[in-house]
Design a protein around this ligand. Structure first.
Ligand code: SF4
Length: 193
């Protein structure tokens, strides 16, 4: 990965962290988010550029010894490979972009299809939110509530990530990932998952 591209990726990660911090503060009265809550930590997959960024981060320190437990024993879903036994994120400082807004309301773009059946970017959005946090909302009321109070524009974040990923794949450092799309973080942890 070129240094410039890596710096741009880190800039995006920092921006999402900043925007999320403002929303965490705004929504503080509703949030159950805390260290050890792993409700959002499914076995997530990321684009190659993010996979490579995390691979580089853990190659300096080694895979954390607490990673790969799949979370506390009562876990009933396949969880992220970097979840520790107490429901903690073992790569918190280097966690991917999507992990920085876990628990907050996110607006995703609804995809549409053209006459040839090809997927195109639509003009409508769909909200996603944590139902442990926003227990007073339902599908009817959420849109207007988040219009008033704010959400992360995940559509824009994803479009920026996709553009960075396209450039990464075209670079010499991205060659090993060509032909790959989404990659589960658990691949980095390997047999310990
Ligand atoms: S990287 Fe950390 S925050 Fe992200 S899903 Fe995995 S355990 Fe959760």
């Amino acid at each position: 990965m070129s240094t410039d591209l890596f710096a741009e990726y880190e800039g995006l990660r920092a921006r999402v962290t900043r925007e999320s911090a403002e929303l965490f503060e705004h929504y503080a009265a509703h949030l159950q988010c805390r260290r050890g809550c792993y409700y959002c930590c499914d076995d997530i997959a990321v684009l190659p550029i993010e996979f490579e960024a995390l691979r580089r981060a853990v190659s300096e320190t080694g895979i954390p010894t607490a990673a790969g437990s799949g979370g506390p024993p009562e876990t009933d879903r396949r969880r992220c490979g970097f979840l520790g036994p107490e429901g903690e994120c073992t790569v918190y400082a280097a966690r991917p972009v999507i992990c920085r807004s876990h628990g907050l309301p996110l607006a995703y773009r609804l995809y549409e299809y053209d006459e040839q059946g090809r997927q195109i970017s639509g003009t409508r959005f769909m909200d996603s939110w944590c139902d442990l946090n926003f227990t007073h909302l339902d599908d009817e009321s959420a849109g207007a509530y988040f219009d008033r109070h704010g959400r992360i524009n995940q559509a824009l974040v994803n479009e920026t990530l996709e553009e960075l990923n396209r450039r990464f794949l075209a670079s010499p450092a991205g060659r090993q990932y060509r032909g790959r799309d989404w990659i589960r973080l658990s691949e980095l942890v390997g047999d310990r998952c």
